[in-house]
Write a protein that binds this ligand. Sequence first.
Ligand SMILES: Cc1cc2nc3c(=O)[nH]c(=O)nc-3n(C[C@H](O)[C@H](O)[C@H](O)COP(=O)(O)O)c2cc1C
Length: 207
Amino acid sequence: MIAVAITGASGPILGIRLVEELLKAGRPVHAVASEGAWRVIGHELGFKRAGASPLAAIIGKRGIAPAKLLAESDDRDFFSPLASGTTPLAALVVAPCSMKTLSAAANGYSDSLITRACDVALKERKRLVLVARETPLSAIHLENMLKLARAGAVVLPPAMAFYTHPRTLSDMTDFVVGKVLNVIGVEHSLFKSWDKQSAELKKRKKK
Ligand SMILES: Cc1cc2nc3c(=O)[nH]c(=O)nc-3n(C[C@H](O)[C@H](O)[C@H](O)COP(=O)(O)O)c2cc1C
């Protein structure tokens, strides 16, 4: 199982697209969104939190991937499987990750399910990927990131790339989601890897 946590940084679409790609790949996902995430989801994507499985409802409305393999928890639910190190977990991805959640994770301050799940991932040496979104970064943000990287987490900011020739915001989003999938070892076709791109470039130059 792969866990995806969405927090209140800009870009909750990153977490939603990640969940969709994992579901499309047939991977069971356990998702959780913070209070802050729901505020930003409303503002940026226009979805309201509704029903007992609000993320599954959004995935269902978007119609990109079936939501069958999706379980979800409330961020206040410490009885969730995500709260314990005994739950088998391939990886936890926080996408996007706010500076508040980043700080809590860096300091072992587990006052929500998401921050507890980060703490658990670190202590159990599980793959933890933090799609940390803020700009510019203060020394405090950078120190927290360094602390987390030293503790074994992967800090993966949603940094723009232009060498893939993105045409739309959706291409940019998929590039970041593809980078996350690379880190957690899930195959995807969201962008061409550089070896394939450079082979094509060489072929074109020969003509
Ligand atoms: C529209 C909107 C965008 C935000 N974007 C960011 C952001 O990019 N990075 C960040 O660290 N906080 C951002 N915030 C602030 C967080 O939502 C806030 O610090 C919140 O307490 C984070 O809590 P959480 O990590 O539990 O979700 C944003 C808030 C709003 C309303």
